[in-house]
Design a protein around this ligand. Structure first.
Ligand SMILES: Nc1nc2c(c(=O)[nH]1)N=C([C@H](O)[C@H](O)COP(=O)(O)OP(=O)(O)OP(=O)(O)O)CN2
Length: 130
């Protein structure tokens, strides 16, 4: 399996209103470094998984909707616990939608999204693509 990873970051505010999260129940900010990895079994006719510029633009487009937002008030996320894991899934699903819509025939079969919360902690989500 081949893979290509691109990286960006997103700055958000949110709260995690569950006692399990201690002080993070209060509104606070976070900057997540976001890595998206695209997989395919065979390279395309240009001997790549996906053009790096195209992959970077796709990730940037998905993150733009979250960047500088208070996720507690984001219409798609209201009432959800926007943990690192959950955000990884949200971003992966949106990236999958974006690829399907804007890049038909892209050939990518699997997608990993990793959010690095700080240098020593990260979480992610892996999904297949149609
Ligand atoms: N598995 C996850 N655990 C935690 C998440 C998460 O998204 N996924 N998020 C948080 C908080 O949002 C915040 O990032 C850190 O909270 P904080 O309590 O300050 O830090 P720690 O949990 O690392 O340390 P404690 O000793 O529990 O305070 C927390 N966990």
């Amino acid at each position: 399996m081949y893979r290509l990873t691109v990286r960006d970051h997103v700055m958000i505010a949110h709260s995690l209103p569950d006692p399990a999260f201690g002080p993070a129940q209060a509104l606070h900010g976070a900057t997540f470094v976001v890595e998206a990895t695209f997989h395919r079994a065979e390279l395309n006719e240009k001997a790549i998984v996906l053009d790096i510029g195209v992959a970077t633009a796709a990730l940037g487009a998905v993150l733009a909707d979250l960047n500088y937002r208070n996720l507690d008030e984001h219409p798609d996320l209201v009432g959800q616990l926007t943990t690192t894991e959950h955000l990884a899934r949200v971003i992966a699903d949106r990236l999958a939608e974006h690829l399907g819509r804007d890049l038909p025939g892209h050939g990518v079969t699997e997608l990993d999204v990793v959010l690095r919360e700080h240098p020593d902690a990260w979480a992610g989500y892996t999904r297949s693509l149609d």
